[in-house]
Every structure is written in structure tokens, then in C-alpha cells.
Design a binder for this molecule. Sequence first.
Ligand code: UT7
Length: 352
Amino acid sequence: MPKSIVAGIGFYVPKNVVTNHDLEERIDTSDEWIQERTGIQERRFITRFEETTGTIGAKAARVAIERAGLEPKDIDFLICATLSSDYFFPGSGVIIQRELGINKLGIGCLDVRNQCSGFVYALSIADQYIRSGMYKNILVVGAEVHSTGVDFTNRGRDVCVIFGDGAGAVVLQPTEDPHRGILGTKLHADGEFAEKLAMINPGSHSGVHIGEEGYGFDHDDPLSHLYLTQAMYDNDLIYPTMEGQFVFRMAVMKFPEVIKEVLDEHGYTSQDIDLLVPHQANLRISQFVQKRMKLRDDQVINNIHKYGNTTAASIPIALCEAWEDGRVQEGDLICLAAFGSGFTWASALMRW
Ligand code: UT7
């Protein structure tokens, strides 16, 4: 059975740099608070009315495809991981396909909604298709646009200072080389905590959590609209919310667990890792994981100071930057790991 290798990798971040000082002008926060709690110095925001999750995803994809020595028409399956798709539906997979000019080829497009773990979940799916021989050139994209959906007021300051926009992509191909490829992936979730980090509107839930009244539902009209109501706007119920400390505590527990799980299965220890690419959730989380796993600085990638938390895009962006900087060499043991909304968490281990 073949294994999957990353044949090409690319990333794209919008040109607009937004610093912590820029946010200070809008909300009651400080560069010091943001850096101390998260390590973030700046993030990128899309150019509004020009860029979307689909368009930035396609930009990253073009780089990955070219580096794989391919053209867009060679892609035979596309997977897109995002929590911020262009539309509520369809997902951004078909938008990326169209942007790449390959929509008339009719290749399948799959959208993965696993938030911060989305890219690792998507990679795992692609890996199974490659191993089974179903596809030969799979494009896996993680793309995210937060800047058009978070709450830039003091009420949303715990969330809005963390997130940024960006996209990363890989092309997966089969290899018969026994010394290279994805060795395995581990995927987990616990829906008990679904609302701990969530954007629950618009949705089909008909009034959970704050009671139906807060949503302004019209019980007298059985056909009234429930996804979005005026009261949701009026009561500021249309933004992502997070119980930060709770998420933090779970993250520092689950990251080491899922990294160890994939290492154990393949007979490695953390000392064998050449590079850990953690989802860039918060520098303090990554530092905690590094310490817990007894990893040296050169074994862990951190780039959150430049881009903030780009959820499904953060791993392919960080992996691509590391590759461009020469920190990823053929044969290196690379571990990807993520934790986030759902909760979902996941890891992947590969020989580059
Ligand atoms: O990628 C998905 C996974 N997400 C994560 O992993 C995020 C995990 N959580 C975190 O990273 C942290 O919990 C945060 C960075 C979000 C928050 O840091 P914290 O140390 O947990 O702060 P906190 O929520 O306990 O808030 C401490 C104080 C509060 O003020 P009081 O009540 O002590 O007066 C907040 O109101 O900091 C205040 N605060 C802020 N102050 C300045 C909250 N947000 C801000 C802000 N600027 N942006």
C-alpha cells in the first residue's frame, strides 16, 4: 500500500498588517496584555470586498500546486478545512475549485468543519484516499477569515485580539518510498464542550442556551425564520464566544496526549521529533506543550507573533514557513498537532 507525501506546500497571508497598537485604538486592550497572554504582536486581515476565504485559499493552493510540479487541472480531489466559509453553504471547497479554474473538470470537493483541528482532520481523510489508491493528487487547503466576523468592541476583546486571516495548502501524492510519508493520524472529539468555543448563530438550534426569548422567536408563526432574527443582532448574539481559561486548560492537556499517542503507535518518543508544528492557538499553550514534552526550541515552530491564531490555516502556514526557512528536510520526523472548538483534537506524524 502506498503512503502519502507532501509533494508541494504553499501559504498566503493578506497584505494588511494589523498590530496590537492598531487594536488599542479601537478597544480597551494593550499591546502588553496581548503579548503577555498570547505572544501575538500582529495579524493579517483581508482586503474587504476583494478577498474571501475561498480566494485566499486558492492563492495558497496555487503555490502548493506549482511546487508539486503540477497544474491545477492535475488535481483529482480537493478538501477544504475552514470555520469561516464564504457562505453558510456551500462550503469554500467549491469556491476554491472555481478560483483555480478547474470547476468544469468536476472533481469532488469536500468541506471539513473541524475548526482548529480542521487541517489535520482533512489531511487524515486525504491520506486514506491516497493509501486506498482512489486519488493521486489531492489538494488540502486550510483557509480562514476571522476579521469580518469577530466582535471588535470591548465585549468581544478576549476573542477578537487573538484571531487572524490566512491560508495554507498542501498537495498529497502517493509514494512507494518506505522511508517517507504520513505514518499515521489520530483524531478525537468531545461534543460535551461544543459551546465552550463557538459561534452558535446562525444555526438550526431554535433557542438553546439563552432561552428562546432572547432570540426573539415568533411562536405564533410556524414558518417564521429562526436562523437569524433581529433580536440576535440587537442582543449581540452573532459573534464567536469562548470560555478562554477553560479552553486553555483543556488544550494544555490534550496537545501532549494526542502527540504522545501518535508517537507511541509508531515507536517514537518526543526526542525523535525533528519538528513539532502545533496549531498556533496561543504561544503560552505551545510553550507549555514544549516544556511538558521536553522539546528544545529548535524542535517547535512558533509564528503566532506574526499572524495570530488562523485556526484551520495555522498548521499549513507554519509548516510552509518552516519548509521555506530550510527547517524541514527530507526524512525529517514531523509531528502536527491541534486542539480547538468542538472540542476536537488531532495529530499527524510523517517522514518528510
Ligand atoms: O484556537 C482555538 C483554541 N483557543 C485557545 O486555545 C484559546 C485559549 N485561551 C486563551 O488563550 C486565554 O484564555 C486568553 C488569551 C483568551 C485569555 O487569557 P486569560 O489569561 O485566560 O484571561 P482571562 O480571560 O482570564 O481574562 C483576564 C482579564 C479579565 O479582566 P478581569 O475580569 O480580571 O478584570 C478580562 O476581562 O483580562 C481581561 N481581558 C482583556 N484585557 C485586555 C480579556 N480580554 C482582554 C483584552 N485586553 N483583549
